[in-house]
Write a protein that binds this ligand. Structure first.
Ligand SMILES: *[C@@H]1O[C@H](CO)[C@@H](O)[C@H](O)[C@H]1NC(C)=O
Ligand SMILES: *[C@@H]1O[C@H](CO)[C@@H](O)[C@H](O)[C@H]1NC(C)=O
Ligand SMILES: *[C@@H]1O[C@H](CO)[C@@H](O)[C@H](O)[C@H]1NC(C)=O
Ligand SMILES: *[C@@H]1O[C@H](CO)[C@@H](O)[C@H](O)[C@H]1NC(C)=O
Ligand SMILES: *[C@@H]1O[C@H](CO)[C@@H](O)[C@H](O)[C@H]1NC(C)=O
Ligand SMILES: *[C@@H]1O[C@H](CO)[C@@H](O)[C@H](O)[C@H]1NC(C)=O
Ligand SMILES: *[C@@H]1O[C@H](CO)[C@@H](O)[C@H](O)[C@H]1NC(C)=O
Ligand SMILES: *[C@@H]1O[C@H](CO)[C@@H](O)[C@H](O)[C@H]1NC(C)=O
Ligand SMILES: *[C@@H]1O[C@H](CO)[C@@H](O)[C@H](O)[C@H]1NC(C)=O
Ligand SMILES: *[C@@H]1O[C@H](CO)[C@@H](O)[C@H](O)[C@H]1NC(C)=O
Length: 721
């Protein structure tokens, strides 16, 4: 209703503006009039020095045959507006795109590339929910990308905004355009991290984000859903970190351009799986290590540039010859060498750009003579590049170790990325990302207090009074930011005296960490290791066993949703100075649905994983009971879960088999750790051993954790005066 009214109002206003408009339109369908009006309004906002729109006349109502206009046959509504300009021969439109375009309600294609359009894209455009193609490449359009609202554009297939003056960050609503097959933002000023949702666009064929100001890492899910991806161009940005290995799964990739960023790490050998790869440009980054020999298998690869990195080559690496079309044979002369970052050489840039052009011809044309000339050029260019490289090496050798300072521009760009930490439990100080980074000295090794399957934990000295523990998650283990946030929100509400306290968390596309209270007593693994120097008696044993039992029982029976820990082991049990024990790392594997067992890959630690879980990946709360039993056996005895002394037995022999064997052989006394075996605790120790063996029994016989706790309570140490 409202829409109809505003349509009529606009119609009226537009008609009014065109006072010369012949009102013979009377009788014509109102819709038709308004489509025509909208087109004329669009024309009006252009300066058309070359008469491209001469056929757009107010006295000609066959607007469906106007230049560049197509209509839906059934409704006479404009469906396409395609006018290609040409900035070289100056055959182009100048001016702004009128917001009247939004009255072409059935518009599917808006294609106005290579004109001289200025101003902003009218916001009303984003309301046209039939849009499939928006191509305004090569204009001078300004605007803040983050202000574009793509919420309604569910059908968008092509978004080509390349080479305009669009700045700002990615709009979150772009995530709705799940049908995108071409996303080209090249040559703008987008300054943001690459949002993770782009990795979820499973129809994407071309992704070109080159020549922007992108920072951060490539999202780790990049490559998970890339069945169709053929051209990937992230070159000339400020991206860092490693290339995600999953990229090797994008089997249709033909072009991978990552030049001129700050990428580091090794070149993943998985790229050797990209059988269709034709162009691979990794030059001007800081990759290290060897060129993976798996790239030898890339039979289609014909342009490969790896210059200006910190790669090393061994003479037997055939890849050097594979890339030798670029003249890298030069390098194989030296048995082993490293290409340092070279000082600037001015001719270099346009040469490597000419290499950067994606291949035009088909496979056939590459093999015939015309193809060879292209190859010759490539060889010539590459020889030049290698020459420059060789020079660079010389220069580098002469300058001897003068290190290139890290790019201050990158640093300047990264700092606005800082976002605050979501806090669940106040610690009396405002925590920020920067504070944590400082307090861990940039997550330095000397502050690392433990490493586990989910990442490393660091001591963060916030102030002289406050020390926290920060678990920096290996982002590859995370399911995706949204799910992560949902699960972490749940964890933030969980509180128990024997669970480590989650103080808050931080998440961005480049970094994720959890902030916990810091426990000065270290972990139980360390404690067991050092217990010879401590007081370790039945009372201590019982306290630790009960504390952990209570924690697990709480997770199993009192949390909603119930939580299976999946990785109960001594290094996940922390102690304070009073030997109170706290379970950590809970809920990180996955939050379990109500009551049912669930199937995922095994997330435990060898030696503690219940046999049925290791074999079938099916996990239930009984898997935690098993791991708990193993920990209990470790506390009771002087053996580790997989003690080195077990190597004389068959494969798979572990502390459980050992304890059962000792029991069978009637050597029960030899099981116990010496300082425990005291007269008034013997009976209770034996009971506790039997409890541990019940916990580690085959699946149907294991008690539930709540039953374990009940039995432990019956084994309280006698109060010693
Ligand atoms: C209207 O313009 C179209 C396209 O230029 C032309 O083919 C047609 O003959 C014109 N109709 C009238 C009535 O002038
Ligand atoms: C008219 O045709 C187009 C395709 O040409 C279609 O998308 C649209 O639904 C049709 N409209 C009606 C009213 O039939
Ligand atoms: C522009 O016109 C020239 C010839 O005048 C042509 O060679 C070139 O391909 C055109 N460019 C585009 C983008 O259409
Ligand atoms: C139209 O373009 C001019 C620059 O050519 C700009 O100043 C103006 O804001 C634009 N108008 C709109 C409505 O975008
Ligand atoms: C985008 O548009 C949708 C629907 O038109 C609206 O609900 C949403 O609030 C808009 N988002 C922004 C950021 O403007
Ligand atoms: C991305 O855009 C740049 C600039 O137009 C172009 O040189 C490059 O070939 C494009 N990359 C791909 C993969 O199409
Ligand atoms: C090349 O591919 C073959 C067949 O898939 C494989 O056996 C071989 O290991 C690959 N070579 C390298 C160096 O990865
Ligand atoms: C290059 O690698 C060498 C040894 O692997 C290392 O010492 C040097 O710091 C690296 N240079 C850069 C710029 O990464
Ligand atoms: C690559 O790095 C070299 C050395 O710093 C520089 O001379 C060259 O211009 C760079 N090339 C590109 C394409 O950025
Ligand atoms: C290379 O770039 C320089 C300026 O950076 C320019 O003067 C020169 O014409 C370019 N050469 C080629 C071959 O494009």
């Amino acid at each position: 209703m409202k829409m109809q009214f505003s349509r009529i109002l606009i119609l009226f206003l537009v008609a009014f503006a065109f006072s010369s408009f012949p009102f013979s339109a009377y009788g014509e369908d109102e819709v038709v009039v308004s489509e025509k009006m909208a087109l004329l309004e669009i024309k009006k906002s252009f300066i058309d020095p070359f008469g491209i729109l001469l056929s757009w006349k107010s006295d000609n109502s066959s607007y469906c045959s106007w230049y560049g206009v197509s209509c839906n046959a059934n409704s006479s509504r404009v469906s396409e507006l395609r006018i290609r300009g040409n900035s070289t021969n100056a055959n182009k439109l100048v001016g702004n795109l009128s917001h009247a375009v939004a009255y072409l309600e059935e518009l599917r294609v808006l294609s106005l590339p290579f004109h001289d359009l200025t101003g902003e894209i009218p916001v009303q455009l984003w309301e046209l929910q039939n849009l499939e193609v928006v191509d305004v490449q090569g204009n001078a359009i300004q605007g803040d990308f983050s202000s574009y609202n793509f919420t309604r554009l569910r059908k968008l297939r092509v978004l080509n905004l390349g080479f305009n003056r669009i700045v700002g960050r990615f709009p979150p609503s772009l995530a709705k355009c799940r049908c995108l097959s071409v996303l080209n933002l090249a040559g703008n000023g987008v300054n943001d991290v690459i949002p993770g949702f782009i990795g979820g666009f499973d129809k994407l064929k071309v992704l070109n984000l080159s020549f922007n100001r992108l920072i951060g890492r490539v999202p780790v899910n990049f490559g998970v859903k890339c069945r169709d991806l053929e051209h990937l161009d992230l070159s000339f940005n400020f991206l860092q970190g490693e290339i995600p290995r999953v990229l090797g799964k994008c089997s249709h990739l033909r072009t991978v351009l990552l030049s001129s960023n700050a990428f580091s790490g090794v070149i993943p050998s998985e790229l050797g799986g990209l059988r269709k790869l034709e162009v691979l440009l990794l030059n001007n980054n800081t990759f290290t290590g060897e060129i993976p020999s798996s790239l030898e298998n890339l039979t289609s690869l014909h342009v490969c540039n790896i210059l200006f990195n910190n790669l090393s080559f061994s003479s037997d690496n055939k890849m050097i010859r594979r890339c030798s079309f670029l003249g890298n044979s030069f390098l194989s002369v030296t048995p082993r060498m490293s290409l340092a970052l070279a000082p600037p050489m001015s001719q270099q840039s346009n040469e490597s750009q000419s290499v950067a052009a994606p291949p035009q011809g088909s496979d056939q044309s590459r093999n015939d003579k015309r193809g060879l000339t292209a190859l010759d050029i490539a060889v010539a260019v590459s020889v030049a590049l290698v020459f420059v490289a060789a020079l660079a090496v010389l220069v580098a050798l002469c300058k001897n170790g003068k290190k290139k300072p890290s790019n201050p521009r990158i640093e300047a760009l990264i700092s606005p990325e800082v976002s605050d930490i979501t806090i669940f439990n106040d610690v009396g100080v405002v925590l920020t990302y920067e504070k944590i980074v400082q307090a861990t000295r940039h997550f330095s090794w000397s502050y690392c207090i433990g490493t586990g399957g989910f990442g490393s934990t660091y001591r963060a000295e916030i102030s002289s009074e406050l020390t926290l523990a920060v678990k920096r998650l290996l982002t590859e283990r995370c399911q995706g930011a949204i799910q992560f946030e949902a699960e972490i929100q749940t964890l933030g509400t969980i509180s128990h005296p024997n669970l480590i306290t989650l103080i808050g968390y931080y998440t961005s596309y480049t970094d994720m960490f959890l902030v916990y209270n810091f426990l000065p007593g270290g972990n139980l693994e360390k404690y067991i290791h050092e217990r010879a120097n401590r007081v370790f008696n039945y009372k201590v044993l019982h306290k630790i066993a009960l504390d952990i039992g209570l924690a697990i029982s709480f997770l199993h029976d009192q949390c909603d949703p119930r939580i299976i820990h999946r990785d109960v082991k001594p290094s996940n049990i922390l102690l304070d100075n009073e030997l109170n024990a706290y379970l950590s790392d809970f809920g990180l594997s996955r939050i379990m649905g109500r009551g049912t067992s669930s199937t995922t890959s095994v997330a435990g630690t060898f030696g503690y994983v219940a046999p049925e879980y290791a074999l079938t990946s099916r996990v239930s709360d009984k898997a935690d009971v098993y791991s708990y039993g193993v920990v209990l056996l470790e506390l009771l005895s002087d053996k580790q879960a997989l003690d080195p002394s077990f190597s004389v037995y068959e494969d798979g022999f572990n502390i459980v088999s050992w304890a059962n064997m000792m029991l069978r052989d009637d050597k029960i006394e030899d099981i116990f750790y010496t300082s425990l075996w005291e007269p008034d605790s013997k009976e209770k120790l034996k009971d506790m051993l039997h409890l541990a063996l019940k916990c580690t029994a085959d699946l149907p016989n294991r008690p539930r954790m709540i039953q374990v706790v009940e039995q432990l309570k019956n084994l309280e140490p006698d109060s010693v005066p």
